[in-house]
Design a protein around this ligand. Structure first.
Ligand SMILES: Cc1cc2nc3c(=O)[nH]c(=O)nc-3n(C[C@H](O)[C@H](O)[C@H](O)COP(=O)(O)OP(=O)(O)OC[C@H]3O[C@@H](n4cnc5c(N)ncnc54)[C@H](O)[C@@H]3O)c2cc1C
Ligand code: FES
Ligand code: FES
Length: 1371
């Protein structure tokens, strides 16, 4: 129902008015607690807003929210996450999504064009959010008046701002570098030389030419026009009554009090909200009757500055607070106060991401800390500066110190935080002013991501007045406040005993040591907190970092006189001395990157860096993914109920425990399956769709709740209670050791089990040294595709079913669905257009998702879809195979290894999935060195844990690590340089043939030795190795490491079909078995089609590329599609298409010759028309079947990585990575470059960041973006140089090309090895301080992933204490 707003009084308004991309919406009776994302995706055509996490952690759903301020007559534009923003709070706003920035109808925006041209979009699922985040930064920079006018074609934005604009957005495909380049291309201070490989210009062109080739950016069109009709509504909050709930926006404290009072009387459930971002952390599965939006109460939005401090209303957004704290406060405050405010602002910039800070309020944050013990940054930093808060309960208002506020029992839901007041800090405050006094203030935070978007392990803020004493000379602390928080405590605390301890004492090493001993007893995480010792060690480290510059002998009193030590030099404390601890500073996130790409046009347009097909549609959000397909009429939604017991009988499922779930239509279990209970079927076995009597492991699907909306289905599934019975059941197998004890294994078909190499006992006998039975363990990794599992099943006539599935193997889903439904194969049709990322995770597991929808649709006679939420996706996916490795290695004194024996136990989980491929995959990379002899025993353990899948570079990633761990161990044993041990064990072509008898290829194809040497030169490896040594000698608290690592990665081709059809107008339609999931398969296929048909050599045949369209996979149109996996599907699909083109060209050539004879020349369109008239068959379908003897081949590459480790926090910064990768002759260097960089960064995730943890039953506990941290733009190499080697002709390859999708992932082990080298240096240093054996030993088994706690633990959690003890003993 649409109402006329003019007639209404603003305060009793009953509708919501806002605009989306210029289109007005006036909604009555809408549920205002619907999220903006739900509204946009389900009730508008704007599908560019993607759901990926639903908790504010990824940026896929970011939109621009513009609000008009009538007081200033200005429009404020800021990004927000639409998955957390509620519809009630967008009244009067203008919302812009990616489609609104630009689109195919009205024209694309240069941002979108540049994203496409810089190859910054692969699967494209993150791209709309990225574009919106950047767009917001761009238009906001343009609005500022205090910036100089940029040159024509550029914006007012700086490079650093451009990079940071996307810091909170996750991308799993690209590795970020091209995205950053696309953004930087707008910056006023960009050096065009720094912009990476793109489709606009070629190397060597002048800057003017480069600029002229970029899609032009016109600043005149930069600002958005705010819809006039909204101007009056934008200052009014919504007051809406819907069937579901009421939304109130009080405009005064009195009104608020009345509302809260009423709540108490009516007994209804009520929630106060501001930005609603809190629900990103505290997920809510309940509906409230009433929402009270605090943003329109002046007292809560106040920002007041006076000489006593800054008062900030509780409803002020964090970003606004930052702006206030950091703005030039000319004359208003003392220098000390400015410093304090500014540093608080700096720290706040690391909270969440910009789009959360734009809607999350300061008060919301503090209330979460107060009521629910949220690990807040704001609470800690404000605690250290004596912040005062004002709260209101009923009519009474109360001012409290923040400490009192936090220390109170959780405040009730009717108590409102009104404002905070940060006092103005001056030297004279409470103490007598002294000419040599100085106020020091620093804040700290140790978190997996330096720029934010990650909760800290611990945060701290220290304020102290420091006084320089004359006799005895030294510093004395006065008036100090040391606050710590977020380390697993109820709330931030001040360590008053430590503060008091310092009182009246001159700072010295022993005083500091005593203080630290005291601190250790005070900062202790509560039981159940992860990494407690690490967190406590951070507290010690930070206090040491803060105070030690005041003691260190290098801080000298000039001329020995106190008078000479002026305020200025003390002031420098915070800048220079501090840098001794913090990471080396870089002006920008990615300081430089280079891509060297050799281009060849022998097979034009194959080999060209053509932009990715559909990239621009992905950037505008118009590209359609499964969940973007509009829901058919009467569509229902499903959600899985899964087992939380590893082995138990399912006695029953109760849906309505406590509260009755809304909208539930049905509960589908195994009993409802008309055919076989089949969730998936691969070459090696099958798994049931739903557990029958017995669950086999946690995360196993038990049932499917079907409801009227996805939200209701999710809520119902979440509330469902499964009753289990474990009586008289064998205990579950929860480790590989238990599996061995109980002989629980999966079989590997003998042809898939690789052969042993050489004679182990001979090799061992040859050795001078042996390491026996060393052990390592490896954990898992989650795919983290941005689009979670999804499918839509639509019943069709005559018992048929059409299923849209986001899957890497539609053919397999097809068979599974048919078996489930008990219908012949021809009754089922599975369609897949594109995937929002796959990485191996959308193979076996997606079949069950598709089948579940099909079964439900079949039973309920209506369409059923599911978009699996991130949590369940993470729980069910299983991820990489964890493993336990025992190795024995024999070697000579010069480092040459003569024999390696490996016993590997893989945890394959409850179902076989594709585990039997693992031994062959592992051996593909384990044979990267000449081990002399290699003997191995790989067992696939059947456990009651989630079944594991094939994650990008399955087995190879782990094998690369194992190989390098062995090399490192040998080097350490012999005290040799690791690089020399690698060098001496690299394969010769002879040894390569011995290890890879069927895939070694010709000697000329073995490019590894030359790449190995070449990279040493181009990356200045030897010089930098020396520089690292010098650096390590000079730095106590930072250590560097550098490592060069080769890869040898075997892949195998598989049969793949292709179909090429030429339409009457000469346009061409192509279908292939391979699925486009971001890897550029369609682009390569298009190029190959244009090349293949171009061989007909008629007029215009050279330019067929634009005439080719690759269309969705359809299992009834092209059969035998197989599986897109193993890095070779692109080339196999290309080959299939080339075969089709050959057939068509053969059919067309006689006709062409006839026409040529007649007319002298013939154009493509004429030729095709003639072919139609002459009934030439213009559709060809072929199955490419690789030649058995040449189907396997090896890929080579080398990486050099240099890292810096912070010994206080364990943080590793990747300073530089150089890669050379041999692509044979790249089919598309832009696509291959993207694959190399993206895979490498995903590898960084595996080796350094991503902890995929489970509880003891195997239930994934890192099941969200809060706990699972994939790389972000601030964790990739600061310098990232990649060279694609076009190594020439490879006769058995598809136009000489080689794979690029997975092998480069394993190069990321170089970062791990470099980190290990840095850790070794740290341990050597501890040894030199007389540290104990365990920290002093330089044999380092560094766990994977080498997260901050892991690195710090190896460097010594007590490294500071050791140093202090040593210093005290020395003096
Ligand atoms: C992805 C993400 C990452 C984050 N990272 C960090 C981080 O690194 N460090 C950090 O410190 N924080 C972090 N946060 C927390 C963030 O700062 C808070 O979510 C935000 O400040 C809450 O503000 P809000 O206005 O959205 O609160 P809401 O979600 O609207 O409210 C939160 C709670 O407080 C109550 N409430 C709100 N205002 C008041 C008031 N004035 N009086 C009484 N009750 C009130 C609400 O009823 C609700 O219970 C992160 C949040 C997200 C989503
Ligand atoms: S879906 Fe909203 S931030 Fe991830
Ligand atoms: S392109 Fe960024 S997630 Fe795929």
């Amino acid at each position: 129902m649409v109402k006329n707003t003019n007639a209404m009084d603003a305060t009793t308004k009953q509708s919501l008015v806002f605009a989306v991309n210029g289109r007005s919406f006036e909604l009555c009776n809408v549920d205002p607690s619907t999220t903006l994302l739900e509204f946009l995706r389900y009730q508008t055509p704007f599908k560019s807003v993607k759901l990926s996490c639903g908790e504010g952690g990824c940026g896929a759903c970011v939109v621009l929210l513009s609000r008009y301020d009538s007081a200033t007559d200005k429009v404020e534009d800021s990004t927000v996450s639409s998955c957390l923003t509620l519809l009630g709070s967008v009244n009067g706003c203008s919302i812009t999504t990616a489609e609104g920035i630009g689109n195919s109808k009205d024209g694309f925006h240069p941002i979108q064009e540049r994203f496409s041209g810089f190859h910054a979009s692969q699967c494209g699922f993150c791209t709309p959010g990225m574009c919106v985040s950047f767009y917001s930064a761009l238009i906001n920079a343009e609005k500022s008046n205090d910036r100089p006018e940029p040159c024509t074609g550029f914006s007012k934005l700086t490079v650093s701002e451009a990079e940071k604009s996307i810091a909170g957005n996750l991308c799993r495909c690209t590795g970020y570098r091209p995205i950053v380049d696309a953004c930087k291309s707008f910056a006023s201070d960009v050096d065009m030389e720094d912009l990476g490989f793109n489709s606009f210009w070629r190397k060597g062109e002048s800057n003017e030419v480069k600029l002229s080739r970029l899609p032009p950016y016109d600043r005149k069109n930069a600002t958005r026009v705010f819809p006039e009709f909204l101007k009056k509504d934008s200052t009014v909050g919504a007051n809406v009554d819907s069937q579901r709930c009421h939304w109130r926006s009080p405009v005064s404290l009195e009104e608020l009090q009345n509302l809260l009072q009423m709540e108490g009387n009516e007994g209804t459930s009520m929630k106060i909200i501001v930005g609603n971002t809190g629900t990103g952390y505290y997920k809510e599965h309940v509906h409230y009757d009433k929402y009270i939006d605090l943003r329109y109460i002046p007292k809560l939005s106040i920002i007041r500055k006076d000489s006593t401090g800054i008062e900030i209303g509780a409803a002020v957004m964090i970003s606004k607070a930052i702006e206030t704290l950091k703005e030039e406060n000319e004359g208003e405050f003392s220098q000390e106060a400015k410093l304090v405010f500014e540093k608080i602002g700096d720290h706040m910039e690391k909270i969440a991401s910009r789009f959360i800070r734009n809607s999350g309020s300061v008060g919301g944050n503090l209330m979460m800390a107060q009521r629910k013990h949220f690990p807040s940054d704001i609470a800690t930093i404000l605690l250290s500066v004596d912040t005062i808060v004002e709260i209101m309960t009923g009519q009474s208002r109360l001012k409290l110190t923040l400490e009192e506020f936090l220390g109170r029992p959780p405040l009730d839901s009717r108590t409102v935080l009104l404002s905070i007041k940060i006092p103005c800090w001056e030297l004279s405050r409470g103490v007598s002013s002294d000419a040599h006094d100085k106020l020091l203030f620093e804040t700290y935070r140790a978190a997996p991501r330096p720029l934010g978007n990650a909760l800290p392990y611990l945060n701290a803020a220290f304020l102290a007045q420091v006084s320089l004493r004359e006799s005895p000379t030294g510093f004395m602390l006065k008036n100090c406040r040391f606050a710590f928080g977020a380390y697993g405590t109820k709330h931030a605390i001040r360590v008053k005993q430590v503060e008091e301890f310092f009182s009246g004492k001159l700072l010295s090493i022993s005083v500091l040591y005593e203080a630290i001993k005291l601190l250790e007893t005070l900062v202790i995480p509560e039981d159940g907190t992860s990494r407690p010792a690490y967190r406590s060690s951070l507290a010690v480290g930070f206090l040491f970092e803060f105070l030690s510059p005041l003691i260190d002998s290098t801080v000298k009193v000039p001329n020995g006189s106190v008078n000479g030590y002026n305020r200025a030099s003390l002031f420098e404390y915070s800048t220079q001395e501090h840098d001794r601890f913090s990471q080396t500073k870089f002006p920008t996130l990615i300081s430089s990157s280079k891509q060297e790409v050799g281009l060849k046009n022998e097979y034009h347009p194959v080999g060209e860096p053509t932009t990715k097909t559909g990239a621009i549609l992905q950037a505008s959000g118009e590209a359609i993914y499964v969940d973007d397909i509009p829901s058919p009429k009467d569509c229902l939604y499903g959600a899985f109920i899964y087992s939380t017991e590893p082995r138990a009988r399912v006695k029953g499922i109760k849906l309505n425990h406590g509260s009755s779930p809304d909208g539930v239509i049905a509960l589908i279990t195994s009993k409802d399956i008309p055919g076989f209970n089949l969730g998936s079927k691969s070459f090696f076995g099958s798994e049931p769709l739903y557990a029958e009597e017995l669950t086999e492991g946690v995360g196993q699907r038990i049932a499917f709740v079907v409801a009227d909306t996805q939200k209701n289905a999710d809520i119902a599934a979440n509330l469902a209670v499964v009753e289990y019975d474990k009586e008289n059941l064998e205990p579950p197998i929860l480790s590989v050791e238990e599996a061995v004890e109980r002989c629980s294994f999966y079989n590997v078909p003998p042809p898939l089990y690789p052969k042993q190499v050489g004679d182990l006992s001979e090799g061992m006998a040859e050795a001078n040294h042996r390491i026996l039975d060393a052990q390592i363990k490896l954990g898992s990794q989650y795919y983290f595709y941005m689009e979670t599992q999804t499918a839509l099943a639509i019943p069709d006539e005559d018992n048929c079913m059409v299923v849209y599935s986001s899957i890497q193997c539609p053919e397999y889903a097809h068979n599974t669905i048919a078996a489930c439904l008990g219908v012949p194969g021809h009754n089922v049709r599975v369609k897949t257009r594109r995937l929002g990322g796959g990485f191996g995770g959308k193979a076996v597991k997606s079949m069950a998702v598709a089948s579940a929808c099909a079964v439900a649709a079949y039973r309920l006679h209506c369409p059923v879809r599911v978009y699996v939420n991130r949590k369940f996706d993470m729980i069910m996916s299983g991820g990489r195979h964890p493993m336990k490795i025992t190795y024995s290695v024999g070697f000579k004194s010069n480092g040459k290894i003569t024999a390696l024996k490996l016993d590997i136990l893989l945890d394959s989980g409850m179902f076989v999935d594709v585990s039997p491929i693992m031994p062959a995959h592992m051996l593909g990379s384990l044979r990267k060195y000449d081990w002399g002899a290699l003997s191995f025993d790989i067992k696939l353990c059947k456990t009651n844990l989630p079944s594991r899948g094939a994650v990008r570079a399955p087995g190879d990633a782990q094998a690369s690590y194992i190989s390098e761990a062995v090399i490192e161990h040998v080097a350490s044993y012999l005290s040799m340089e690791v690089d020399s041990v690698r060098n001496i064990n690299l394969h010769t072509h002879n040894s390569l043939e011995f290890f890879f008898p069927t895939s070694a290829g010709e000697p000329s194809e073995y490019t590894l030795p030359s790449i190995w040497e070449r990279l040493a030169t181009t990356s200045s490896f030897y010089d930098r190795t020396k520089m690292v040594k010098v650096f390590n000698r000079c730095h106590k608290w930072k250590k560097r490491g550098i490592s060069r690592v080769p890869i040898v990665y075997e892949v195998s081709m598989r049969s793949t079909p292709g179909k090429v059809s030429i339409l009457r107008d000469g346009s061409i339609v192509v279908e292939v078995g391979g699925i486009e999931m971001g890897q550029g398969l369609w682009t390569k296929v298009k190029q190959m089609t244009a090349y293949g048909l171009g061989l007909v050599k008629c007029g215009g045949a050279q330019d067929l590329l634009e005439k080719v369209r690759v269309i969705e996979a359809d299992t009834l149109s092209v059969i035998q599609g197989g599986l897109t996996a193993g890095s070779t599907t692109s080339e196999a699909s290309c080959e299939a298409v080339r075969l089709c083109c050959n057939v068509l060209v053969e059919r067309l050539i006689p006709l062409k010759e006839k026409l040529m004879e007649k007319f002298g020349s013939v154009e493509w369109e004429t030729l095709i028309l003639e072919a139609y008239s002459n009934s030439v068959n213009l559709s060809a379908i072929e199955l490419y079947v690789p030649n058995f003897s040449t189907m396997r081949y090896i890929n080579y590459g080398v990486a050099v990585s240099e890292v810096e480790v912070n010994l206080i926090t364990g943080e590793t910064t990747i300073l530089q990575t150089d890669i050379i990768y041999d692509c044979g002759q790249s089919l598309n260097p832009a696509v291959d470059l993207g694959q190399i960089e993206g895979a490498y960064v995903q590898g960084i995730g595996f080796f350094m960041l991503e902890e995929y943890l489970t509880n003891s039953d195997g239930l994934v506990i890192t099941d969200n973006t809060w706990t699972y941290k994939i790389p972000t733009v601030d964790t990739i190499p600061k310098q990232f140089n990649v060279e694609i080697l076009n190594s020439g002709n490879h006769k058995d390859r598809v136009l000489s090309s080689k794979a690029s999708g997975e092998p480069p992932l394993t190069l990321a082990v170089s970062v791990h090895c470099a980190t290990r080298a840095a850790v070794r240096e740290a341990r050597r240093q501890v040894l030199s301080w007389g540290g104990g054996n365990e920290a002093g030993s330089t044999l380092v088994q560094l766990e994977v992933p080498a997260t901050m706690p892991v690195v710090k633990e190896l460097c010594g959690l007590d490294i500071v204490q050791k140093y202090l003890q040593w210093t005290i003993a020395k003096n």
